[in-house]
Design a protein around this ligand. Structure first.
Ligand SMILES: NC(=O)c1ccc[n+]([C@@H]2O[C@H](COP(=O)([O-])OP(=O)(O)OC[C@H]3O[C@@H](n4cnc5c(N)ncnc54)[C@H](O)[C@@H]3O)[C@@H](O)[C@H]2O)c1
Ligand SMILES: O=C(O)C(=O)C[C@]1(C(=O)O)C=C[C@@H](O)C=C1
Length: 307
């Protein structure tokens, strides 16, 4: 693979940024990778494990000479980071991000991108429940989608280079508009996380269960279903605060379906349950066949390292 950027700066050095470092190095996509994280502890870890070629103590210093700057912070922090680095960006550079929500991130970041700098928002549909600079691995993006969300009138050459970078890191690339992205992700990612967090909360409410039995008898169902509830609370707080309308819409639909199933159970309506499960099983099986599933490489199988 050939080098795409001379110098890439990653702001925020957690799971996604560290995986990008490993994946870019694996394919030789960047001449130099530099980084910045807000906390001194994260910067120290990044230096200790040689995550980047250089870790700066300020975001402004990190982005100064970068050809590509990728914002890898929680979505609620994107606007403030963009405001800080905006004046230091090199003319002709590209700013991208990896945020899980696109509309509010674009609205928060775009006003801080100076004339002559390109903005190409992106979202890799790949992650694990782990976070921090030690949790990344080169294969995270292999065979996963990265959704590019270019603004109308974006420089196509800049969009093309960001797309090539993600392809070089192993991803398949698609483009979407921001509102459609946020609705799709509300169904496929955001609401499932909320429900998983809730299921753990329900188990915790039954303290008799949590005290010992949830651990002792934790069946594969509970474990599989709630793995994602171990994910970072800051990241997920920000996702819900920034994708309010779409997640509330999907939650409303989810609740309606749940009530219908609840009624079927109360009324002993086995036909309803059977038909519903038959239909949804077929859909779930087709997802497995399409490869967008836990059977796909590395889905949720990052190294189980603490933050
Ligand atoms: N984890 C996933 O599964 C996943 C998948 C795709 C996209 N994303 C998105 O990627 C982004 C990063 O997520 P992650 O999983 O790498 O998180 P993470 O918690 O592993 O890392 C976040 C990093 O940002 C730093 N940070 C937080 N606030 C900051 C600020 N104001 N200024 C500078 N640095 C700051 C933290 O110190 C940390 O280093 C988020 O926007 C998230 O929505 C996450
Ligand atoms: O596998 C996981 O742990 C994830 O939650 C990854 C996941 C997802 O929901 O698929 C989480 C958030 C993202 O923005 C993209 C990917």
């Amino acid at each position: 693979m050939t080098q795409i950027y001379n110098r890439v700066a990653l702001i925020g050095l957690g799971l996604i940024a560290s995986s990008m470092c490993h994946a870019m190095r694996r394919a030789g996509l960047a001449g130099e990778i530099v980084g910045y994280a807000r906390s001194a502890e994260t910067r120290a870890i990044a230096r200790e494990i040689n995550l980047c070629d250089h870790v700066y103590d300020s975001a402004v210093d990190a982005v100064k000479d970068a050809d590509l700057v990728v914002l890898c912070v929680p979505v609620g922090a994107m606007g403030a980071v963009a405001a800080e680095i905006g004046p230091a960006l090199k003319p002709g550079a590209t700013v991208s991000d990896v945020g899980s929500v696109k509309r509010t991130v674009i609205d928060a970041v775009a006003p801080h991108i100076p004339q002559g700098v390109h903005f190409v928002p992106a979202h890799p549909l790949a992650g694990t429940e782990h976070s921090g600079p030690r949790s990344g691995f080169a294969e995270l993006f292999d065979n996963r989608f990265c959704i590019i969300v270019p603004a109308e009138g974006s420089d196509r050459a800049a969009v093309g280079r960001v797309s090539d970078l993600w392809r070089g890191m192993g991803s398949n690339v698609d483009e979407m508009d921001p509102d459609h992205h946020d609705l799709v992700l509300a169904v496929t990612s955001h609401t499932p996380h909320l429900i998983a967090y809730t299921m753990v909360g329900v188990a915790d409410d039954l303290s008799r269960v949590t005290d010992s039995e949830v651990i002792k008898y934790s069946a594969a169902g509970f474990r599989d279903f709630t793995r994602i509830a171990a994910s970072d609370p800051t990241m997920w707080r920000d996702v819900f605060l920034n994708n309010k309308d779409a997640t509330l819409e999907i939650l409303g639909r989810f609740t309606e379906e749940l009530f219908a199933l609840q009624r079927a159970i109360r009324q002993g309506d086995g036909d309803h349950l059977f038909d519903y499960f038959t239909h949804t099983r077929a859909i779930r099986r087709s997802i497995v066949e399409a490869g967008q599933d836990t059977d796909a490489p590395n889905f949720g199988r990052g190294p189980a390292k603490p933050k």
